[in-house]
Design a protein around this ligand. Structure first.
Ligand SMILES: Nc1ncnc2c1ncn2[C@@H]1O[C@H](COP(=O)(O)OP(=O)(O)OP(=O)(O)O)[C@@H](O)[C@H]1O
Ligand SMILES: Cc1ncc(COP(=O)(O)O)c(N)n1
Length: 301
């Protein structure tokens, strides 16, 4: 187990359970284990789910969510924490309240809204609560493109709109915003590269990787945010944590391409070695020019 000053490094996830094992709590704990970090979990909802569909959802009561959080934080504690599926506004409320009460740092908010199979994982009325109560507490916010559109209230179809959306989301409170490009289209189909755009309140950095032509992408968002959380728990700076997470997700998708788990959007393979920011992921920084942003030098972290 990874140690920091002799102490076991711990990370925590607050999310829904995926009975199929590909996303949610299960993906998060597998990712923490791959990063050699001790993982604890607070379950917000049970989903009866496989790679094809979400067949049912049973929400926890807010009181029981709070009891799980207190149980972990009064005894075990955590060096970083992520949220995933939160289901409704009452759960968001107790989560936000408890994170403040325990002065939790290194908070990654993955604003999970809809499953890859198309089912809603967050009630519509909870979106405002997420914006008002949770986003101000986030160190890192990791929406995919449709989630960024919902939070911003406008469509994002161009790179310029993506730059604007990241700035608008940062104005709601998160220190760092990452808009993930897994859902990006180019012409008639998905883009050939997947670009994740990072805004830290002042500067932009983009992380690029070739798009792996695979349907085994169930839980990539959960895995990505869990990997960032594990990196932060291990003491990495945010760019290194993001770079490590991106290469981990890439390897996990690649390693699952010939898997026969399920008949729909299959899970990724978390049994891959982590790469701690070896400069493998190409990225670019941006500078302000003529009232806009211009892509500048290539970076490796
Ligand atoms: N086909 C792919 N090839 C390579 N990387 C990918 C692919 N699809 C997604 N990723 C990467 O996976 C991570 C998650 O991106 P994505 O936009 O799919 O998030 P998400 O929609 O929240 O995921 P999920 O569908 O699991 O909720 C990002 O780092 C993205 O770059
Ligand atoms: C419990 C839970 N959490 C998150 C997701 C999103 O993952 P995906 O978009 O890959 O279906 C999910 N399907 N289930």
């Amino acid at each position: 187990m990874y140690l920091n000053n002799g102490s076991v490094v711990r990370a925590m996830t607050i999310a829904g359970s995926d009975s199929g094992g590909g996303a949610g709590i299960q993906a998060d704990l597998k990712t923490f284990a791959a990063f050699d970090v001790y993982g604890s979990s607070c379950i917000t909802a049970l989903t009866a789910q496989n790679t094809l569909d979400v067949l049912g959802i049973m929400e926890m009561t807010p009181e029981f969510v709070q009891l799980q959080l207190q149980s972990i934080l009064d005894d075990i504690g955590t060096h970083a924490l992520k949220t995933g599926m939160l289901s409704n506004e009452n759960i968001i409320h107790v989560v936000a309240q408890t994170l403040q009460q325990y002065k939790i740092t290194n908070i990654v908010v993955d604003p999970v809204m809809i499953s890859k199979s198309g089912k809603s994982l967050l009630s519509y009325s909870a979106i405002q609560a997420m914006k008002e109560q949770l986003l101000p507490l986030a160190d890192i916010l990791t929406p995919n493109l449709p989630e960024a559109e919902t939070l911003c209230g406008y469509p994002i179809t161009t790179f310029e709109q993506c730059l604007q959306a990241a700035q608008d989301l940062a104005s709601l409170g998160p220190r760092i915003v990452i808009i993930k490009g897994g859902h990006a289209n180019e012409g008639d189909g998905p883009s050939s590269h997947v670009v994740d755009l990072v805004f830290d309140g002042e500067n932009f950095t983009s992380f690029h990787s070739p798009r792996i032509p695979s349907h085994k992408t169930h839980g990539t968002g959960c895995t990505f945010s869990a990997a960032i959380t594990a990196g932060l728990a291990r003491g990495m700076n945010f760019l290194n944590a993001i770079a490590s997470a991106k290469s981990f997700v890439q390897d996990a998708i690649e390693a699952a391409t010939d898997w026969d788990v399920g008949n729909g959007y299959g899970p990724t393979n978390h049994s891959v070695a982590i790469r701690i920011a070896e400069g493998v992921v190409a990225g670019y920084s941006y500078i302000r020019k003529d009232g806009g942003w211009m892509r500048c030098e290539e970076i490796s972290v």
